[in-house]
Ligand binder design. Structure first.
Ligand code: UD1
Length: 372
C-alpha cells in the first residue's frame, strides 16, 4: 500500500503532447485547492507549435509550466531519450514525492522511466487501457508506464481488469473515472457559446467532423489516398470538416492531393480545444482515429466511426456511440451513411465519467482515499 498522506507534498506533472493538456487541466485545479500541495508542471516540448500547445494552456487556464524541456520532434528513440536526459536533472532538483504522467505519449513513458529509476513514485493518469496492437507506439508506452507506476488511475472497469490480468496489485489501482470528461463537462457551455458551426458555414447542416493522424492511417500513401477519396465522396452528401494534425498536413502535401471539384471537404488548421468541442457537439458524425474523440463522442451521444482495427477504449463501442471501421472506402461509406440516416443522438452515461475524476485523483494523492 502506498501511503501518501504527508503534511506537505510536492507533486510534479509531466505533459508534452496535445492530448495530455486536457487531462492535466482539471487535476491542476483540484490540486490548487489543497494548500499543502506544491504542484510543479514540466512541459517536455514534444508538441511545440502554438496551435498544438500554447492555445490549450490559455483556454484551459493551466498554470504556466515551471520547466520546458524543448525536446521537439524526432524519431521515437531520439524524442524519448531527449526527454529522459533533460527531465532527469529537473526531477533531481525538484525532488517530488510523486511524478504524475498522463495518457500514452512518448513524454509519458520517458518521464515514468526517469522517475522510477530515481526511486520516485510514479502515478499514471489513464492507466490500464490496452489495444493489444503492438504496432501502435502508444500501446508500448501504456504497458511500460503501467509496469513502472505505483499508483494507477483508471478511467473504466475494463482497464482495472486489464491491470489485474497483468498482475498489478489491487492496492495500486484506483478506478477514478475519465479525466477527459472533466475537461469536457467544464468547457461545454463555453464551447457551445462559440457557435463554431456558424463560423465554418455548416450551421443547421448535417456535417461530418474528421480527425486522422495515426501513422497507420496517414503514413502509408495508398491508405491515406483511399481515406481522402472516401471523405471526398462523403462530402458531396454531407460537408466534411477536417482539422489537420501537422503530420497529416505534411503527408497530404507530399502526396500533392487535392479534393476534386464538387467535394465539400474542408481542410482546417489544428483547432483550439473549445472550437473543436463546439464542432463535435453539433456534428452528425465524427470520423477519427483519436482516443479522446472516441470518448467525447460517447459522452455527447454523437455517432463516431473509428478508423482503426482495434481500440484501447472498448467501452465506447460496447456502451457508447463508437464503431470500428477498416480504412476502406466501402466500409467507411456504408457505416457513415447508416449513421447519418439514423440521425439520432444518444448521450451515454458511463460509470464515473461525471466531471469529478480529478477531485477523486486528488483525494487519493493527498487525502489517502481509495477508489475501487
Ligand atoms: C503524439 C502521440 C499520439 C497522440 C498525438 C496527438 C506519441 C508516440 N504519439 O503523436 O499518441 O495521439 O501526439 O497529437 O507520443 N509536429 C509539428 N508541431 C508540433 C508537434 C508535432 O509540426 O507541435 C509534427 C512534427 O513534424 C512531428 C510530427 O508532427 O514529427 C509528429 O509529432 P509527434 O509528437 O512525434 O507525434 P504525434 O504524431 O503528434
Amino acid at each position: 500500500m502506498v501511503n501518501l498522506t504527508l503534511a506537505h507534498m510536492t507533486l510534479l506533472s509531466v505533459v508534452g503532447a496535445r492530448p495530455n493538456f486536457m487531462k492535466l487541466a482539471p487535476l491542476a485545479r483540484a490540486l490548487a485547492r489543497r494548500p499543502a500541495v506544491e504542484h510543479v508542471i514540466v512541459h517536455t516540448g514534444q508538441h511545440y507549435d502554438a496551435e498544438m500547445s500554447d492555445t490549450f494552456f490559455e483556454e484551459l487556464s493551466i498554470p504556466r509550466p515551471q520547466h520546458n524541456l524543448e525536446v521537439g520532434s524526432g524519431s521515437h528513440a531520439a524524442q524519448t531519450a531527449a526527454i529522459m536526459l533533460r527531465f532527469e536533472p529537473v526531477c533531481q532538483a525538484v525532488k517530488p514525492d510523486v511524478v504524475l504522467v498522463y495518457g500514452d505519449v512518448n513524454s509519458t513513458v520517458a518521464a515514468a522511466l526517469v522517475a522510477a529509476k530515481l526511486g520516485t513514485r510514479v502515478a499514471h493518469v489513464e492507466a490500464g487501457l490496452r489495444s493489444r496492437d503492438w504496432t501502435m507506439p502508444e500501446e508500448i508506452n501504456r504497458v511500460v508506464t503501467d509496469r513502472l507506476a505505483d499508483l494507477l488511475f483508471t478511467p473504466s472497469r475494463d482497464a482495472v481488469e486489464n491491470l489485474r490480468a497483468e498482475g498489478v496489485p489491487d492496492d495500486r489501482i484506483h478506478f477514478v473515472g475519465n479525466i477527459m470528461i472533466d475537461s469536457l463537462v467544464s468547457s461545454l457551455d463555453a464551447a457551445r457559446a462559440l457557435a463554431a458551426p456558424r463560423r465554418h458555414g455548416v450551421e443547421g447542416k448535417r456535417y461530418v467532423l474528421v480527425t486522422l493522424h495515426r501513422p497507420g492511417n496517414v503514413d502509408v500513401p495508398d491508405t491515406l489516398v483511399e481515406l481522402l477519396e472516401t471523405l471526398a465522396v462523403l462530402s458531396v452528401e454531407s460537408p466534411v470538416l477536417f482539422p489537420l494534425h501537422p503530420r497529416t498536413r505534411a503527408r497530404i502535401q507530399s502526396l500533392g492531393w487535392s479534393a476534386p471539384d464538387g467535394a465539400h471537404l474542408h481542410f482546417l488548421d489544428p483547432l483550439p480545444y473549445l472550437e473543436l468541442l463546439s464542432l463535435e457537439f453539433s456534428a452528425s458524425l465524427v470520423v477519427t482515429d483519436s482516443g479522446g474523440l472516441q470518448e467525447e463522442t460517447t459522452y455527447l451521444g454523437v455517432p463516431c466511426l473509428t478508423v482503426r482495427p482495434s481500440t484501447e477504449r472498448p467501452i465506447t463501442c460496447t456502451e457508447g456511440t463508437n464503431r470500428l471501421v477498416a480504412a476502406r472506402r466501402e466500409a467507411i461509406l456504408s457505416a457513415a451513411r447508416e449513421a447519418l440516416a439514423a440521425g439520432s443522438r444518444h448521450p451515454v452515461t458511463i460509470e464515473r465519467w461525471d466531471g469529478h475524476t480529478a477531485e477523486r485523483i486528488a483525494e487519493v494523492l493527498v487525502d489517502g482515499a481509495r477508489y475501487t
